[in-house]
Design a protein around this ligand. Structure first.
Ligand SMILES: NC(=O)C[C@H](N)C(=O)O
Length: 332
């Protein structure tokens, strides 16, 4: 018989580890309460499909995710995946920022082995809690040959998504995650892990970003576009020392006349400016709504503002050249 895969579950908190006052509490519960051993014990079926080990890396609601937690988590994932006795890693995580942690890891994990991030929309104490089956499916994916080399995966509700492209698209439904027009990579159904496509943007082993020697990441912030927008927040962020600004513009990354001079001034001070869009689908075109060549700005391609922020932080650890950084936005 084939041996069971060795899967390490790294727990970080979130609603999957949340508890509520009663079985009908699906809002107003407390996230990040149950430890990793409790999560594993709640799904005895795991023992039949993998040799699972658990580690509590930290215990937070994922709205509190930050760069320091990311560096700690990524280093731990890389250490584990370098071990011969680890076949894959599952990370339990809050859903609010699961897509950001996923993309960060997609850019800095140095292994082909599966990394699957999983969460839940309902706390562990709720009727029809989605965490246990989501965790079971995540362990199946992490132990599968099919998931090798696919980059970091975000898996909930039987759907498998590429970390680069997925976004939370519903505040509370268990069917909360969407990759939009680019589509899911696959499904888990009845214990079968099935893929239909593979991400082709650079990730994990092909990535040139390396956090192994980093203790911090450069400050990059986001300004959000809307009618009647002003430059107050932008100026405050630049004054506070931002090295990069992601502009989450309306439409195809358009810049309001009230804001554009602020971005130009920021760039002249050395701040890297990335034009992204609040729309959520489609490419932000270079030299479209703004002349990026002239302004020395970068266009975000299809990355959402929160994902563009991550790539820009990592890019700034290696370069401050706009052309190089634009190239990376086309490659990752
Ligand atoms: N469903 C969840 O996990 C939401 C929670 N606020 C978190 O991200 O930790």
């Amino acid at each position: 018989a084939e041996r069971l895969p060795n899967v390490t579950i790294l727990a970080t908190g979130g609603t999957i580890a949340g508890t509520g006052a009663s079985s009908t509490t699906t809002v107003g519960y407390s996230a990040a309460k149950l430890g990793v051993e409790k999560l594993i014990a709640s799904v005895p079926e795991l023992q039949k499909v993998a040799n699972v080990r658990g580690e509590q890396v930290f215990q937070i609601a994922s709205e509190n995710m930050n760069n320091d937690y990311w560096l700690k988590l990524a280093k731990r994932v890389n250490t584990l995946l370098a071990q011969e006795d680890v076949d894959g890693v599952v990370i339990t995580h809050g859903t609010d920022t699961i897509e950001e942690t996923g993309y960060f890891l997609d850019l800095v994990v140095k292994s082909q082995k599966p990394v699957v991030i999983v969460g839940a929309m309902r706390p562990a104490t709720a009727l029809s809690a989605d965490g246990p089956l989501n965790l079971y499916n995540a362990v199946l994916i992490a132990g599968s040959k099919e998931a090798v080399g696919k980059g970091v995966l975000v898996a909930l509700n039987d759907q498998i998504n590429a970390a680069r492209d997925v976004t939370k698209a519903n505040t509370s439904s268990p069917d909360a995650f969407r990759t939009g027009e680019l589509g899911y990579l696959g499904y888990v159904q009845g214990g079968r892990v099935v893929f239909y496509r593979s991400p082709i943007r650079k990730h994990t082993l092909q990535s040139e970003f390396d956090i192994s020697k980093l203790e911090s990441l450069p400050q990059v912030d986001i300004v959000y576009g809307y009618a009647n927008m002003n430059r107050i927040a932008l100026d405050a962020l630049v004054a506070a020392g931002a090295r990069g600004i992601v502009h989450a513009g309306v439409g195809n990354g358009s810049l309001a006349n009230a804001v554009k001079p602020g971005l130009i001034e920021a760039r002249k001070k050395g701040v890297l400016v990335v034009r992204s869009s609040r729309v959520g689908q489609g490419i932000v075109a270079r030299n479209g709504e703004a002349n990026d060549d002239e302004l020395d700005f970068v266009a975000s391609d299809t990355l959402s503002p929160q994902k563009a922020r991550i790539l820009l932080m990592l890019a700034l650890t290696r370069s401050s050249d706009t052309k190089q950084i634009q190239d990376w936005f086309y490659q990752y």
